[in-house]
Design a protein around this ligand. Sequence first.
Ligand code: PBG
Length: 338
Amino acid sequence: MIAGPGRSAVGFPVARPRRLRRGAALRRMVADVRLHPADLILPMFVREGVTEPVPISSMPGVVQHTRSSLRKAAAEAAAAGVGGIILFGVPEHKDARGSSADDPAGIVQLAIADLVSEVGGDTVIMADLCLDEYTDHGHCGLLTATGEVDNDATLVRYGEIALAQAAAGVEMIAPSGMMDGQVAAIRTALDGGGHTDIPIMAYSAKYASAFYGPFREAALCAPQFGDRAGYQQDPARSAGEALREVALDLAEGADAVMVKPALAYLDVLRAVADSVDVPVAAYQVSGEYAMVEAAAANGWLDRDRVIMETLTAIHRAGADIILTYWAAEVAERLASRR
Ligand code: PBG
C-alpha cells in the first residue's frame, strides 16, 4: 500500500466517490435531476377523414388519431399528469397556401376545441403553428413564383393561423416554421385580436435535422422538392447562432423558448439555459424516438432504461420542459414510483 496525498495512514484512498453510489436509497437522496410528469409535453397527431387511428410505421406506438381517439388518449395523458399536449393536424385537403391551417372547421381547430372541453384546465392545450402539414408542396411557408420560401408573406399567414387557433381556444402557441420575425408577427396578430394572454413557446433554435424523418410520415409533410436547410439552422454552426435566435424571439415577445432536436444538441441546450430566465424546452423528436424503439425491438438495448436516461440527460443539460412521444408512458411510470 502506498501512502501519500489523498491516502489514509494505512494507504487507502480517503476520498471515495463510490460511497454515495451504494444502494438505491442513497442514490435517490443525492440525485440532482428529477423528472416530473408536469415537465413533459405529449405531441399528438390528429388526422381528418379517418374513422380509425392510423399507425405510423416509423414510430411504433404513435398514431394519427381520429377526433374521438384523440379525446380518449388525451384524457389518459392528462390523468397521468403530463404538463401539456401539443397538437399537429393532418388535413385531408392541402393547397399552396395551407388553407386548412386557419379554417375554423379545419381539423386542428376542431381538435383544439375538443381537447379544451375534454381536458382543459388539467393539462395545457398547445398547438404547433406552421404551414408544412397544410401545404401541398410541404414547405413551412408560402412560395414565391420561383419556388423560394417567401419569409414575409408567410408571416401574414402565421398571424392568421394564430387567430384561428386562438378562436378555437388554444392555451399556448408554438411556432415552428423558422421564419424571421415569426414571433413578432404572431404576437401582433394575437394582441390585435384581443388575445394578449395567450403565451408563445418559440421553436427558437431549430436545426435542419435528419432526425425529423419519421415525423414527415406522421404528419404527411415531406417537402415535395428541396429541403428545409434554407430556413432551419445548420448543425455545423456553433451555439452562438442559437443564442441569437433565442434573443430575437425573446425581444419579439416569446414567453418560452425551445431547442430542437434534443439529444444531439445538448451543448446548445446548455448554452441557452445558461443565457435566459424564461422556461427552456427541448424537443425529443421523432427520429430520437424511432432509434430507441427500433433498437429495443431488436433486443439491442433496454428500452425503458434508455428512455429514462435520455430524458434525464436532456433535463440535466438545462431543459425545464421536454416534448417527448413517451410523455404519457413516462408520466405514468414516474407516478407509480415512490
Ligand atoms: C414543422 C415541424 C416539424 C417537427 C415539428 N414541427 C418537422 C420539420 O421541421 O421538418 C418535427 C418533430 C419531430 O420530428 O418529432 N411543423
